[in-house]
Design a protein around this ligand. Structure first.
Ligand code: ZN
Length: 405
């Protein structure tokens, strides 16, 4: 922060070092009421990464050895090491790193950190099962009409429109910020090469920490509980609603190799899985403090939130289903028009924004198909799909059941 005045610090937080307006470089202690010491570091992304969500928050927990949650983005190791230094630690003080999920702003730093330390690497067992596959192999295996149409939208836009962030496209401008760690290929190679020392399943406990499998934003997402703190990765975020995944199917050879509990891909992919995982957090009890992987501090203020944020996020998606139904009723019945209508409050400039919005629209359409409220027609001989309402509103009860009275 520039200047000498600092914002209010919430109870339970002690600032070790102030950082930027968005939390880059901020280092804090988090009070656990007599529990183990816990620290947070706002780990700045590298130059060639998206800045949209600010830093990835890495947490350091001194409990039965030292655990690091989320080393952060590919290429951001120097920023993490710098934060550890503020805590009087070096990477070699870390006994194990755990990733909340397989997105590159969380697990991208795993290999670099492993190299600089003797830390073990722990992740959910689906992280380990997916890691031999590139994102392309994992996701392109399942071509539903909606996803084919989404690809067409992207192609049309790439031919005609500007491209905003969709991967590392900016060159480092020689500023003091470190260059990044490379693009998707580097990331995919890193994931397939790194060794998981311990693959975790739901309910795993170690020391005072309990690991819950909360799939939906991504299938391998973990929420980690320590007393009244819940480390939510991207499952629950302040200020913004995490992007739900689409309801992908597993590639056949992967599906056959997975433990039986993951054979039904609908349990781990898609909006329904996500809403159920949010409900699970609603059931954990009250008085929990959310330690998110993004937006803990933003626009110069701490953005503390609690378990009620899970309920708010469910309610948000119920409303978004209402808006989608309304959009289709009003004639926005192809994917791109429906997406633009649903996100009309936000300019969808460039392929990255439009594609993210389209994929989020698809996750809602998929839920409405499952509840029998919408049908998707693949239009032969013309690019596009046609969304049709069946007249029922079953989703209101299905999602409503996940909301506390
Ligand atoms: Zn994520």
């Amino acid at each position: 922060m520039t200047g000498t005045t600092h914002p209010d610090v919430p109870p339970g937080i002690t600032v070790r070092r102030w950082g930027a307006e968005n939390g880059d470089g901020l280092v804090i202690d988090i009070d656990t009421d007599g529990g183990p010491p816990v620290h947070g570091i706002g780990v700045e992304p590298p130059e060639d990464a998206s800045r949209a969500n600010g830093p990835t928050w890495a947490y350091v927990i001194e409990d039965d050895g030292v655990t690091l949650i989320d080393p952060g983005h590919l290429g951001s190791f120097p920023f993490l090491a710098d934060g550890l230094k503020v805590l009087g630690m070096t990477p070699s003080d870390i006994d194990r790193m755990v990733v909340t999920h397989g997105h590159w702003d969380h697990d991208g730093g795993v290999a670099e950190f492993a190299e600089a330390s003797n830390a073990e690497f722990w992740a959910h067992e689906l992280w380990a099962a997916y890691s031999p596959y590139s994102y392309g192999q994992l996701l392109r295996a399942d071509e539903s009409p909606l996803r084919v149409e989404m690809t067409r939208i992207g192609e049309r836009l790439r031919e005609t429109g500007p491209r905003t962030y969709g991967g590392p496209v900016r060159e480092s401008k020689g500023s003091e910020r470190k260059p990044g760690g490379g693009g998707r290929d580097v990331y995919d190679d890193m994931r397939s090469a790194v060794k998981v020392n311990r693959a975790l399943a739901d309910g795993f406990r170690h020391g005072s920490m309990e690991y819950l499998h909360t799939p939906g934003h991504w299938p391998d997402e973990l929420t980690i509980r320590l007393g009244n703190l819940i480390f939510t990765g991207d499952h629950i975020l302040p200020e913004i609603t995490p992007h739900p995944s689409m309801a992908y199917k597993h590639p056949a050879e992967l599906a056959n190799a997975l433990p039986a509990r993951y054979r039904d891909a609908g349990d781990v992919w898609g909006l329904t899985a996500y809403l159920k995982s949010l409900y699970r957090v609603c059931q954990l009890g009250q008085g929990l403090t959310v330690m998110p992987a993004h937006r803990l501090f933003n626009r110069g203020e701490f953005r503390m939130t609690d378990e009620s944020r899970a309920e708010e996020t469910i309610a948000f998606h119920l409303e978004r289903c209402d808006l989608l139904v309304e959009a289709v009723e009003n004639g926005f019945n192809d994917l791109e028009p429906a997406t633009r209508e649903l996100f009309s409050y936000r300019p969808l400039i460039g392929s990255y924004h439009l594609m993210s919005a389209a994929s989020e629209t698809i996750s809602h359409v998929e839920l409405l198909e499952d509840t029998g409220d919408m049908v998707v027609h693949d239009i032969e001989g013309r690019d596009g799909v046609r969304l049709e309402l069946t007249g029922s509103r079953n989703y209101r009860d299905v999602i409503g059941e996940l909301l506390p009275e």
